[in-house]
Ligand binder design. Structure first.
Ligand SMILES: Cc1cc2nc3c(=O)[nH]c(=O)nc-3n(C[C@H](O)[C@H](O)[C@H](O)COP(=O)(O)O)c2cc1C
Length: 309
């Protein structure tokens, strides 16, 4: 039974992965997508998104981070995957679910769900290019507008030789709105034999139990739920009670300090505000800090506020 932190561009960045994996309970991370176009991604660009590659492909807590690629050209994807595997990535994940219009216009992400044969070609080319001991996995949504091709896409991923598939149980049109259609995960399990990771709408330990029951999957990927409740994975593993706000606050401060050391100082308060905005739904105490950050944009003042709180 594994708990996997979902790739979330702009949300589960390297600093968030660091904090969440040190908090505990997460077995594996998938980094936010890296766009593959017509050239080899430079090491510099790659390390910006997945700096864990300079640490043996793991977070400081020792949790492996797979690199996710997004694109539509099988040859370019395969070449980049081989290159990245050579840099020590513990796994390569292929994105067949991104709904962003910009990405879709270039033929990547969820639009590929209309073309199972292209998905098959991409997976097969990538699997061939990457050494066998490094997993090549794929992440898909149920479809673009409907579920007409869901099973075909899952079959294409399996036939292409992927080692594992994660399914976000919604179509692109569903966006991120509840519900997630967990029953579809069980249907997919009937037609493919490769390990299936269940994903979508797991916010509490009870949701985790329910998604496993409905889908029959043992492994679960958690996205926004891990941002809103940073101890969610730990609680699932230990059965412990939820961490109170005073115990969580030093982790939030730690995240902010890491952010400040990495991003342009003026951007750090905004990123923190985003997290506090999400934390409010589990921790009403986060609201006061969130309100303050509406007007306070001085990074040093924000740090004092966090540490003195
Ligand atoms: C802000 C944001 C960014 C995301 N970025 C990615 C991404 O880079 N790659 C990907 O495969 N999925 C991405 N996703 C989708 C998540 O990995 C996950 O499938 C989705 O949030 C459903 O899980 P949840 O209901 O537990 O959040 C993103 C989701 C969000 C909310």
């Amino acid at each position: 039974m594994r708990l996997i932190l979902a790739p979330m561009e702009g949300l589960a960045d390297q600093d968030m992965r660091d904090v969440l994996t040190r908090l505990g309970g997460i077995d594996l991370c998938v980094a936010e997508f890296v766009r593959v176009t017509h050239h080899l991604i430079t090491e510099r660009v790659l390390l910006r998104t997945v700096p864990e590659l300079a640490n043996g492909g793991c977070t400081r807590a020792g949790v492996p981070v797979r690199v996710q690629l997004l694109g539509s050209d099988p040859v370019c994807l395969a070449e980049n995957a081989a290159h990245i595997a050579g840099l020590g990535a513990p796994g390569i994940d292929l994105n067949f679910g991104c709904p962003a219009p910009m990405v879709n216009r270039h033929g990547g992400g969820a639009v590929l769900l209309q073309f199972p044969e292209i998905i098959h070609t991409i997976v097969a080319a990538t699997r061939r290019a990457v050494p066998q001991h490094i997993p090549v996995t794929a992440k898909m949504r149920l479809g673009l507008k409907d579920t007409a091709l869901t099973l075909d896409c899952a079959r294409a991923i399996e036939a292409g030789g992927a080692d594992e598939i994660t399914v976000h149980a919604r179509t692109k049109v569903d966006g991120y709105r509840p519900p997630a259609h967990w029953e579809w995960l069980a249907r997919i399990r009937e037609v493919v034999k490769l390990p299936l990771v269940a994903n979508g709408e797991v916010w509490t330990p009870q949701d985790w139990e329910n998604i496993r029951k409905v889908s029959g999957c043992s492994d679960v990927m958690i996205g926004r739920g891990a941002i809103v409740r940073p101890d969610l994975a730990l609680r699932i593993k230990t059965g412990d009670a939820a961490m109170p706000w005073p115990a969580l606050l030093p982790w939030v401060a730690d995240y902010y300090q890491r952010l400040r050391a990495r991003v342009e100082p003026k951007h750090a308060p905004g990123r923190l505000k985003q997290w506090l905005g999400m934390l409010r739904s589990a921790y009403p105490e986060a609201d006061a800090l969130h309100q303050t950050l509406r007007t306070e944009r001085d990074p040093v003042a924000v740090e004092k506020l966090l540490l003195g709180h």
